[in-house]
Design a protein around this ligand. Structure first.
Ligand code: HEC
Ligand code: HEC
Length: 332
């Protein structure tokens, strides 16, 4: 955070909103820290028309990176756009751990739907990374590395960040029911004029330009920066009570010392699979299995030879698949 003599409340407020660290960053060609910081600044910046909405408006860390308004969450669920006469039609999913979402796939063995991955509730931000460069405005290929000082070096470190999360980030700025910017050029010029614009050059080795030939590629570079932030420990903290208890437990086995008796008790049915009256896997407390691990598990399959017992680090509690669980429509 910038420590300044208090001049007026406006300056103090903007220093709080935009903690800038870029002066301390080195000028290496590949600078993942600068890329993440650029993404973080953009995430918090009200790049919208009118200028009252940022990504964080709908994905707030204080509410688990989803919509923070209790009344909205209890009723309409979808959040009013930057233009107050508009409203989206879905609830914002959490941004935490979204960067682990794999590429969209169909015909997957395992989940009953046979479908897995992709960002958004319906997986439509598929995130497949084209081989080589692409002119497709909705895919991110090698064009983002072209014209930089070190295309191969940048690709080696930033390349994997071009999946579903980055592709998703191409959407909200220009979506009329979200941030409602008229076009990508407007977003580009906003970042070009922002206090944090030097981070763009530190991350990509070239300054941001918004002429017709560069606006699309630089917009994609901003999306990759947002994905880099979302991929960082600031968004994916792995700090739940279970994570902490597991990390601190001497033998890393349930029951964990750091959990209450009730919490440890809940673990057993969660990780026990019972189908047609038969226990398939898990600790089987009193012969009961709640089957939660079948869907809420990113670790070892409960049907494999060494089923998950809930002790894998970085457990995401999702199989990234699509299950019909019979939730009724929300008429509000
Ligand atoms: C007006 C509220 C709103 C704003 C602003 C907004 N989002 Fe979202 N976000 C949503 C909604 C709603 C969805 C789900 C849309 C769908 O499934 O069709 C979503 C989905 C996502 C997802 C997919 C998560 C997943 O697990 O599938 C990510 C990532 C995301 N937003 C990031 C961002 C970023 C980055 C920005 C800023 C550039 C942003 N959002 C701005 C409402 C918003
Ligand atoms: C057939 C697959 C399946 C099984 C089995 C299952 N769930 Fe779920 N669960 C889902 C789906 C799908 C959702 C909805 C995800 C969403 O809309 O965010 C969900 C949502 C949830 C949520 C809300 C998560 C959130 O972020 O809002 C919780 C908590 C949860 N399940 C717990 C459980 C528990 C506990 C069990 C075992 C008793 C269980 N689930 C069994 C598929 C399953």
């Amino acid at each position: 955070m910038i420590i300044k003599k208090k001049q007026n409340s406006l300056i103090v407020a903007s220093a709080v909103a935009f903690p800038l660290f870029f002066s301390s960053l080195s000028a290496n060609a590949v600078n993942l820290d600068a890329l993440r910081q650029l993404g973080e600044q953009v995430f918090w910046d009200k790049i919208s028309n009118p200028p009252r909405m940022a990504c964080v408006t709908c994905h707030d860390p204080r509410a688990g990176w989803t919509g923070p308004h209790s009344q909205t969450n209890l009723t309409q669920v979808a959040i009013t756009g930057a233009n107050p006469h508009t409203i989206g039609n879905r609830k914002p999913p959490s941004n935490a751990y979204a960067s682990f979402t794999p590429l969209f796939e169909e015909g997957v063995v395992g989940p009953p739907s046979g479908v897995r991955g992709g960002a958004f509730w319906d997986g439509r931000a598929k995130g497949d990374i084209p081989a080589g460069s692409t002119a497709d405005p909705n895919k991110i290929g090698d064009e983002v590395f072209a014209e930089t000082a070190d295309p191969d070096g940048l690709k080696a470190v930033y390349g994997r960040l071009r999946g579903p999360t980055a592709v998703q980030a191409l959407g909200p700025f220009v979506n009329p029911v979200e941030q409602n910017k008229a076009d990508r050029a407007g977003v580009c010029r906003h970042v070009q004029k922002a206090q944090y614009a030097p981070l763009f050059e530190q991350a990509w080795t070239i300054p941001i330009t918004c002429d017709d030939a560069h606006v699309d590629v630089n917009f994609k570079r901003i999306a990759v920066a947002i994905a880099a932030f979302q991929d960082s420990g600031k968004v994916n903290s792995f700090s739940s009570r279970r994570d902490q208890a597991l990390a601190n437990d001497p033998d890393k086995k349930f029951p964990l010392d750091g959990l209450t008796e009730q919490e440890n008790l809940g673990h057993d049915p969660f990780y026990t699979v019972k189908i047609g009256g038969n226990i398939i896997s898990g600790p089987a407390p009193n012969g009961k299995g709640a089957n939660c691990v079948v869907c809420h598990n990113s670790g070892r399959s409960p049907f494999g030879p060494n089923p998950s017992d809930g002790t894998e680090p970085n457990q995401l509690y999702t199989d990234f698949s699509y299950h019909n669980i019979g939730t009724p429509p929300n008429p509000a």
